[in-house]
Ligand binder design. Structure first.
Ligand code: SF4
Length: 255
């Protein structure tokens, strides 16, 4: 046989031009974060917020501990309005341990949420500091979380800010939202987010990580309308320009 085989012609393909991605769209959300990339992004955020620090006013580890307990479900700004009068009257644990929560403390802090419970807790933790720790703030997570009103988050704020030795990354609402938006975690529960961040970020950066992310959350990556246009890391953020629904708390169900 000498006849040539005729190649079967496939029907002509119609190519649909795809719009070129705008910033933030070309990146996959499912990509697993790697430690080197996360740390590079963190360094850039740190440069954008060189003054990132704990915004609760305090002059001692004790005052920081009390201010952090008061800050639960309340803004730092609101706490900073009540602590000057509180610390002017009760400057340390020995003084606050002798106070009556209802008569002496509640009238000073009653502008912040849950002030009754918080008054009881700060007097209770002061008594415990006097009785068990020589009126000093202990330097271990275990001892701190044994104090009234002190959870892991509060304990790590104190360990990181007062002693430079946190035992984890503080995950508040800003850290949670931004870690999710940047794709550093896929988890929604703070303990799991903390575990993910601790695995990606070296220990000596744990403290500054939370301050930088909190600053970024308060100044740029707002919960409702993040300023992606003005964000220094919008070229690497998988949520850039469509972040409104990422990392937001679910609306409360009406009861
Ligand atoms: S502001 Fe936008 S680009 Fe920046 S971290 Fe937040 S979601 Fe990403």
């Amino acid at each position: 046989m000498t006849g040539k085989k005729t190649a079967k012609k496939s029907p002509p393909r119609t190519l649909t031009p795809r719009p070129s991605p705008t910033r933030g769209e070309g990146r996959s959300r499912s990509k697993k974060p790697d430690a080197a990339t996360v740390q590079k992004t963190l360094t850039r955020l740190q440069k954008a917020h060189p003054d990132a620090h704990c915004e609760l006013d305090h002059r001692s580890p004790f005052q920081l501990l009390v201010a952090t307990v008061l800050s639960a479900q309340t803004t730092d700004v609101a706490v900073n309005k009540v602590t000057p009068a509180l610390f002017a009257r009760f400057r340390d644990a020995r003084a606050l341990a002798k106070a009556d929560p209802v008569r002496d403390v509640e009238p000073i802090i009653n502008r912040i949420g849950m002030y009754r419970q918080k008054a009881k807790n700060i007097v209770g933790l002061s008594k415990q500091l006097v009785e068990e720790h020589g009126a000093e703030v202990p330097r271990s997570l275990e001892a701190l979380v044994a104090l009234p009103g002190v959870g892991r988050k509060t304990a790590n704020v104190v360990l990181g800010v007062a002693f430079g030795a946190p035992e984890g990354v503080v995950v508040d609402t800003h850290v949670q939202r931004i870690a999710q938006r940047l794709g550093w975690t896929k988890n929604a529960e703070p303990p799991k987010i903390e575990r993910d961040l601790c695995a990606l970020i070296p220990r000596d950066k744990w403290d500054i990580t939370s301050h930088v992310l909190i600053f970024h959350g308060r100044r740029v990556c707002f919960a409702r309308k993040p300023n992606c246009e003005g964000c220094t890391v919008n070229d690497v953020c998988p949520s850039a320009f469509h972040a409104e629904t990422v990392g937001r708390k679910a609306p409360r169900a009406r009861t």
